[in-house]
Design a protein around this ligand. Structure first.
Ligand code: ATP
Length: 239
């Protein structure tokens, strides 16, 4: 199916975000117009401070823009109140951050079940662990897992509620190359097998080769959007 016939999951219209820091205005986003379609894998690239996290946080309902609109399917998130945004995040969005934020006193499985217990249509916690290749580690506590394994548990937790979108902010930022690739393989598998629309922020331009589309931000604006003619498997990446 070409992207022309796919459902638009996110649409932003003239999105701006300005932070007021005392006398100083920081214009983090300066008119972003963007569409993400169902089941695509997008990488967001850009220098530090270019607005990547601000954009991702607004798409995920963690932050609100100063002006402009964000649509998730037919819902205008910018017209939603805090309660509605909380429900939107809980029901539809999986987040993965650089640091894993697992609860140390719970096993891998229990960390995931904490989310699946309140989700609308969750995947079984063990199936989520299977997808990230950690089924046999279900009863391990975070301290008994490597950094890459902890990140894969965090990814399993994010996708166990069966979200329509997976938003990842520097998911491999704290990991070495080999471990980073295992984590990226898990994200790519989720995108491929579950059809979860996926956006990954990275500083690492080689990761862009895995994406369907690469969106570069510069100074709060979209500098370029490129379609990859062929995608490279995470296992073939080098950096
Ligand atoms: N809460 C905040 N208060 C004030 N300024 C902020 C805040 N959050 C972000 N900014 C500023 O907005 C701009 C964009 O920040 P953002 O974190 O979106 O960039 P980024 O591209 O994700 O950067 P990095 O790659 O370093 O994470 C930066 O100049 C940053 O200092």
């Amino acid at each position: 199916m070409s992207s022309a016939t796919k459902t638009t999951v996110f649409r932003t219209v003239d999105l701006t975000k300005t932070y007021q820091m005392g006398e100083v205005e920081v214009r983090a986003l300066r008119g972003v117009n963007l569409e993400l379609v169902e089941s695509e894998f997008v990488v967001l690239l850009g220098a530090s401070g270019s607005g990547k996290s601000t954009l991702l946080n607004i798409l995920g309902g963690l932050d609100t823009p100063t002006s402009g609109q964000v649509f998730y399917l037919d819902t205008d998130l910018t017209a939603s109140d805090d309660r509605e945004l909380t429900r939107y995040r809980r029901d539809h969005v999986g987040f993965v951050f650089q640091f894993y934020n697992l609860i140390p006193s719970l096993t891998a499985r229990e960390n995931i079940e904490l989310i699946t217990e309140i989700a609308v249509s969750p995947i079984d916690a063990m199936d989520a662990l299977e997808i990230v290749g950690l089924r046999e580690r279900a009863n391990h506590f975070p301290a008994q897992l490597s950094g890459g394994e902890q990140q894969r548990v965090a990814i399993a937790r994010a996708i166990a509620k069966n979200p329509q979108v997976l938003l990842c902010d520097e998911p491999t930022g704290a990991l070495d190359v080999h471990t980073g690739i295992v984590v990226l393989e898990a994200i790519a598998r989720i995108n491929r097998e579950l059809g979860t629309t996926t956006a990954v922020i990275t500083h690492n331009a080689s990761i862009a080769q895995m994406a369907d589309r690469v969106i570069a931000l510069s100074d709060g604006q979209i500098a370029s959007v490129e379609m990859n003619v062929s995608k490279v498997n995470a296992s073939e990446l080098q950096w």
